[in-house]
Design a protein around this ligand. Structure first.
Ligand SMILES: [Zn+2]
Length: 339
């Protein structure tokens, strides 16, 4: 009996860990950041996964300190994930989760950091350009220099475009030349539309405004550039009606589920996602984790999609892979190689 148990154990080990083992079905994460370990505050730092409460403050206190303290003590969350302590461990842990879940990640950050990550995992990392007016000024990322960069083929996506933090919408005339460049080169654009951290203007982004969460602000940009491939990151949460109206009116628009898939209370995430799907937009929702310095966000995000009882298996696969493959216009060969 003991002997047969050993044989069974051995067989289990071989089937579970043999190199020829079948990989999980592929996932495309449209929203990964290649950051430094200390970019969200001194590491290690926690984040609610999900938060139970989104911001509580007595105005006599400095919200920046209150927010950092809530992250440190997990005062606003029952479940949380902790960041790795060093740049190397952040990169390694992220790549290890990408491998484990067979994830291909649209990854943005400082260009040199993205290049390091790409070097560490050439198959899994798809380079993207982080962009704000501030970054453009500091790094000289003008429409011309970006055009030259995109033409090399090294970077495949233009995003995250985070100008909402600077008080701009994508329809602002100042952003116009960048959209024209992306449309001309047929580069997909990911635009932050929706939630930053709670209380963003009190923490670091003084021009951030709640009204800029609305995807209705994308309209003029979309109409001026009808050939452009655009996705609204964070699915414009929490502006549900505005998001539905914008998706209905602009059939080329996609969304990703960045941050909302792991960070906001799960009941609210499911309510929001179910409404988007019920309204008929299940083919235009893409998985995105918005992993910043918490690689497990990718894991929690995928699990939350897979655990959603209101989604069929087909709808889950659409969100986790098929919709992004269509949006990115992957070839049959590229899709096959990802399996
Ligand atoms: Zn964002």
């Amino acid at each position: 009996m003991f002997r047969s148990t050993w044989i069974w154990l051995l067989l289990t080990l071989i089937t579970h860990f043999s190199p020829g083992q079948k990989r999980p079905l592929p996932v495309i994460d449209m929203h990964v950041h290649a950051l430094h370990a200390n970019d969200q505050g001194p590491a290690p730092i926690s984040v609610g996964a999900p938060f139970r409460d989104l911001g509580i403050n007595d105005p006599k206190d400095d919200f920046r300190k209150v927010f950092m303290n809530a992250l440190k003590t997990n005062a606003w969350s029952d479940q949380f994930i902790r960041s790795p302590s060093t740049d190397d461990s952040l990169r390694q842990m992220t790549i290890s989760i990408l491998n484990q879940y067979n994830v291909y990640a649209i990854t943005s950050g400082e260009m040199e950091t993205v290049r390091e990550w790409k070097k560490a995992s050439p198959n899994r990392i798809i380079n993207s350009i982080d962009w704000t007016f501030g970054l453009a000024k500091r790094n000289g990322l003008t429409p011309d220099s970006l055009e030259r960069l995109f033409k090399t083929g090294e970077f495949k996506v233009f995003g995250e475009v985070s100008i909402q933090y600077e008080g701009y919408t994508a329809s602002d005339s100042a952003f116009e030349p960048y959209l024209a460049m992306a449309e001309k080169l047929d580069i997909p654009v990911g635009i932050h539309v929706g939630c930053g951290p709670p209380g963003a203007p009190y923490i670091f982004a003084e021009n951030y405004r709640a009204r800029l969460h609305s995807p209705l602000h994308l309209e003029e940009a979309l109409l001026r550039h009808p050939k452009l491939r655009v996705y609204a990151m964070h699915a414009g949460w929490p502006m549900l009606d505005d998001m539905l109206a914008t998706l209905y009116t602009h059939p080329q628009l996609y969304v990703d589920l960045g941050a909302i898939c792991f960070m906001i209370p799960t009941k609210e995430f499911y309510y929001y996602l179910e409404r988007l799907v019920n309204a008929g937009f299940g083919k235009r929702i893409m998985f995105g984790s918005d992993n910043m310095v918490w690689p497990q966000a990718i894991e929690v995000g995928i699990q939350n999609i897979n655990k959603a009882t209101f989604l069929s298996e087909t709808q889950k696969r659409d969100i986790l892979f098929n919709n992004a493959a269509r949006f990115l216009r992957l070839t049959q060969k590229e899709i096959k190689d990802m399996h």
